[in-house]
Design a protein around this ligand. Sequence first.
Ligand SMILES: *[C@@H]1O[C@H](CO)[C@@H](O)[C@H](O)[C@H]1NC(C)=O
Ligand SMILES: *[C@@H]1O[C@H](CO)[C@@H](O)[C@H](O)[C@H]1NC(C)=O
Ligand SMILES: *[C@@H]1O[C@H](CO)[C@@H](O)[C@H](O)[C@H]1NC(C)=O
Ligand SMILES: *[C@@H]1O[C@H](CO)[C@@H](O)[C@H](O)[C@H]1NC(C)=O
Ligand SMILES: *[C@@H]1O[C@H](CO)[C@@H](O)[C@H](O)[C@H]1NC(C)=O
Ligand SMILES: *[C@@H]1O[C@H](CO)[C@@H](O)[C@H](O)[C@H]1NC(C)=O
Length: 838
Amino acid sequence: MFSAENLLLYLFALLVMQPCFSIDSITVNQTLKDGESLISPGKFFELGFFSPGSSSSRYIGVWYHNFPEKYVVWVANRDAPITNSSGVLAVDKTGQLVLFYSENPQVIIWSSNISLSGANNNSAKLLDTGNLVLFKNTFSGKNILWEGFDHPTDTHLPTMKFGWNKKTKRDTFFTSWKSPDDPGMGEYSYRFIINGSVPQLFIYDGSRPYMRMGPWNGITYSGLPEYSVDSVNEVSKVYYIDNEEEVSTYYTISDPTYITRSVVDDKGIAQRLNWNAELQKWKSSWEGPDGNCDKYATCGAFSTCNSLRVADQGCVCLPGYVNKFTGELSSTSFDGCVRKTRALVCRNGEGFKKVSGVKVPDTVNAQLEPSLGIKACRDLCLKNCSCTAYAAASITEDVGCLTWYGELVDVRQFSQGGQDLYLRVDHHELAEDSKKRILKVLLPVVFTVVLILGITCWLLRKMRKRERINRNLELSNGSEKDDIAYMERYSDVNASKEAGTTSAEVHCFSSSTIIAATENFSVTNKLGEGGFGTVYKGRMRGGQDIAVKRLSITSKQGLEEFRNEIILIAKLQHRNLVRLLGYCIQQENMLIYEYLPNRGLDCFIFGKSELNWRTRFDITMGIARGMIYLHHDSRLRIIHRDLKASNVLLDASMNPKISDFGMARIFGNEQNGDTTNRVVGTYGYMSPEYAMEGHFSIKSDVFSFGVLLLEIISGRRNSSTFDAENSVNLIGHVWDRWLEGKPLEIVDPSLGESYEVSEVLRCIHTALLCVQESAAIRPTMSEAASMLCNERTPPSTPEQPAFVNRARGNIGPVNLSFFYETEGTTVSDDTVGITEGR
Ligand SMILES: *[C@@H]1O[C@H](CO)[C@@H](O)[C@H](O)[C@H]1NC(C)=O
Ligand SMILES: *[C@@H]1O[C@H](CO)[C@@H](O)[C@H](O)[C@H]1NC(C)=O
Ligand SMILES: *[C@@H]1O[C@H](CO)[C@@H](O)[C@H](O)[C@H]1NC(C)=O
Ligand SMILES: *[C@@H]1O[C@H](CO)[C@@H](O)[C@H](O)[C@H]1NC(C)=O
Ligand SMILES: *[C@@H]1O[C@H](CO)[C@@H](O)[C@H](O)[C@H]1NC(C)=O
Ligand SMILES: *[C@@H]1O[C@H](CO)[C@@H](O)[C@H](O)[C@H]1NC(C)=O
């Protein structure tokens, strides 16, 4: 019983148990029992007994060695399961690979079933490709008698060739498992169909085509454009063989550590799976059928399927064709298309229309002319009236012509890759096509030209603007360090009380300095709204305070004003003008001024005021000096155009400083004024000729000064209502009191009696002269200033001011002499007549 042979087998079995020693082959008289396995030399694959899924049946299979799960790539006895664990795989005396129950070696459950005679010293070996081979004597390619790769199951491994053997008429193809629990031959097959003149790759569902990968095009199969564009292609290469012997295909992997397989599962889904070692997972790089469009002839004849299209399951008729159901009420199902017109497409001016990026139609009714070029192909198709389309058979070679006769089925549109199909269309369709082509060519050209012109104009304008600014400012991009240094110099100059002699330097601040100084324009730092922008207080790192005017970006005119203001103020140096320290034109336009702690004059004179008359007078004189400087004493003549209480800022020692030059206009010394279409300024301060006709001059500033002076005296705004009955403004109110001979009634009550009457009267008189209706008879700023400080009575009597033309009875002559009793002079007895309806 215990023969030497059994002992040998026993010892052999012991060897198999050794974990560090594995075998890759069995030879004659050797067996492989359930629980034992062969491992390929490189330890890639393992062969042994397994039970799929929840099944208890045993199968001989090949799977990846040392993987977290058993991914079976090949099954020997897929349709002949072993019911218990007594199965034995062996190479028998004749050299046949056989599977049997150990209790009953005579009954062969499965075998390699090759014809053999006599005794053969054959061996079976598992290769690193996953292929189980049976060979005679020593292993070499020549000695192989049988191989598992010739009997594939559901998995296509690299180097595994399958196809049609023309000589033996043997078809090698993949078939799905019946279910995950049963590796038996299932419903779906992945195969070559040699029907018609061109072999095509298909997935069949039983005997029906399920998905068509189509004919080989030189790089890939027409229905698998992914293989020509996918990155998998970098390591994977597909081969197609079509010679006298066979039509077959296989693929290779250039990197042996790259683990990949193609599988067709029991649902008919084919997948290319690549192992991701990091995630320990299979990643699919291709899957088919992928949606409705991959399913064979899903849209019927003469249609194409576009998976990006939502309607009609993605179906669209090919050019020149219309839905077969058009005209019928219900067209919920798409079942192919018919020719649009009945016009003959036979020697009737017809031609071809190119449809790009498609899977070519089923070649079952196509003809292949391997030696014809694409031009000859066209001619061939054009000649035969039943030819419906043509295409190049190869996208790599210049020759190879496919022509279709009759219906075109199973065309689909790819978003990437795909081939060109030339469709036979009638002359109507052709004409439309050429129209579209012309538009297609012309539109982009026109569009491009317009775009280029637009950009050029815009750039030129921008450049010119830049140049202008640069010329005026000698722009430099400031840095925060520069900013601080500049501010230090500035405060040093101020400290040494030489403010009047500072250079006309205007500094370009960096926006980061400004943002830091204003705490990113925080609300608490907001000082107020100026012309065209908001003013913020800022504190530099060096401790100096600044006022930042942030120009509103929305205002198109604001930019113009901004530039204007910089140019202007840079040239102005006067103790009664607010000093511009610099500007910032990164991202936003900003002006940086010296910070004046006391804000605007309006805060001091309107409402409850603590300003005594002396201060008010000094402020008035300061404003006057500033205005004189603007009008006469600077090298230029500047008309401010927006003089008002809120634009007069007060410094710590209550010196007035005129600010906000956003609307100022600059003139040569000879010119006194101009006319504008754009009247800007503040109502109540605007002279009538400016407000109504847009004419502005130094005299319109004088008018504003007059109004401001009246406000300083009365502590009331010109715009506020004084007399409910007559609804007059401040000017009217003062004029009335003047005419009534009671001008002192207008004086701010908060001053009480503490003012010099003659001085106040002189001021009122001067103010009224300044606000006279007629610009010509208003004094100049220097005349007004000398009137104010001269102890003498102003030389002329004010005429009717502007904006007081109310319905009123005639007023008798007014004797003004009493005003100036102290001087002992008389005012001329000019009557002041009020003309109606002026
Ligand atoms: C196999 O075993 C048989 C007898 O069981 C024997 O005749 C034959 O020589 C053996 N073959 C080899 C190669 O050992
Ligand atoms: C295994 O099944 C076979 C066939 O049904 C049978 O001949 C054999 O005795 C069984 N072996 C065991 C151990 O059950
Ligand atoms: C073995 O092959 C022959 C033809 O060579 C065939 O008739 C027979 O059915 C096959 N047997 C099995 C079990 O596949
Ligand atoms: C059978 O083949 C194996 C190698 O495949 C070899 O080692 C052995 O010597 C051979 N036996 C005979 C009897 O030829
Ligand atoms: C081959 O094509 C013909 C029609 O051209 C069809 O009847 C036949 O079923 C096809 N065969 C296969 C295997 O698809
Ligand atoms: C057109 O081609 C078809 C298919 O190849 C062929 O049967 C038919 O004879 C051809 N007709 C002409 C006019 O060449």
